[in-house]
Design a protein around this ligand. Structure first.
Ligand code: ASP
Length: 310
């Protein structure tokens, strides 16, 4: 198994973790769907690795993706995800899903089998069913923590309109969160994957930056792989993922400077968040303009680094 560098992140606080694909494959709870490590796909280890890392986080109720997704204003859960292969520039994105246990796996299926790049809601779920992807009841996504966050935001809204004085403290965690991974394999192939429940109290039908290729998710072997988190509307308007790549490609900027410039553009528009990125040389950068970002990685020597604040 070739070594892979993986990053993961969550919340507007993010996590970034570099794993080896071997370690991911070995841990039972981190097992990817049957066949993903099969010989059928020897050229797509970087996609397999990002999907596998994101699936682990989607199954963890602590993260805002899959199982732990936040609630819409209508009390439903609607998830978005995307994956991109830096070698071929193939991409798959899904949005407004209500019954898909692991949205990132459906995104990969869209990339590999649909002939499309982006699919949403019922059509995407029908495609999932046809292809044996696991569907679940909406109840699967219920977590008390996310429900309470919705109630807190609704109370704060009501309070604002009624002019009452009581304050409700809304944290970054109440408002959003996302998980993602970027990977580089030893052949120089890059990949990015991102999955989210979106933002708490979003309108049903709202889609954020995560599944927008070039905004929340982007990968290109010629430049870098990027996965972003934060106020999706701003990340879409600033075309963050593509901007990082373009600054490297056309301006010859370093990964670090390009990522910071893209994030500064978000901040200038009024948005907050962060991103994780890796280039073909294995340079990594994890900038954020929030109080913190859960992040970590395993370097090629197997050293684990996990951080939250600056
Ligand atoms: N970017 C996600 C969205 O807007 C939310 C987040 O990352 O916190 O849907």
């Amino acid at each position: 198994m070739r070594d892979l560098k993986l990053f993961r992140r969550t919340n507007c606080f993010f996590s970034v973790v570099l794993f080896s694909a071997g370690a991911l494959a070995a841990a039972p709870e981190q097992s990817p769907p049957a066949g993903v490590f099969s010989k059928r796909n020897p050229d797509h280890q970087q996609n397999i690795a990002t999907e596998a890392a994101v699936r682990v986080l989607e199954d963890d109720p602590d993260f805002n993706a899959g199982k732990g997704s936040v609630f819409t204003s209508g009390g439903t859960n609607e998830t978005d995800a995307a994956i991109m292969d830096g070698k071929t520039l193939a991409a798959g994105a899904v949005a407004s899903l209500k019954h898909i246990k692991n949205p990132i796996s459906l995104a990969r299926l869209v990339m590999e089998k649909s002939g499309h790049v982006m699919m949403d809601s019922e059509g995407a779920e029908a495609f999932a069913k046809e292809n044996g992807i696991e569907l679940v009841n909406q109840k699967y996504f219920f977590t008390q923590k996310r429900w309470d966050a919705l109630q807190k935001i609704k109370a704060a809204e009501k309070n604002r309109t009624s002019g009452a004085e009581k304050e409700f403290l809304i944290t970054d965690q109440d408002r959003h969160g996302t998980v993602g991974a970027v990977a580089l394999d030893q052949s120089g192939n890059l990949a990015a994957a991102t999955s989210t429940g979106g933002t708490t109290n979003k309108r049903p039908g709202r889609v954020g930056d995560t599944p927008v290729i070039g905004a929340g998710t982007y990968a290109n072997n010629a430049t870098c792989a990027v996965s972003a988190t934060g106020d999706g509307e701003y990340f879409i308007r600033a075309t963050v993922g593509r901007d990082v790549s373009a600054l490297i490609e056309y301006r010859g900027m370093s990964l670090k400077d390009a990522a910071q410039a893209a994030l500064d553009k978000v901040a200038k528009l009024g948005g907050t968040g962060g991103l994780i990125a890796i280039d073909g040389q294995g340079n990594v950068t994890l900038p954020f303009n929030t109080a913190g970002m859960y992040r970590g990685y395993v370097d090629p020597n197997g050293k684990f680094v996990i951080e939250i604040y600056r």
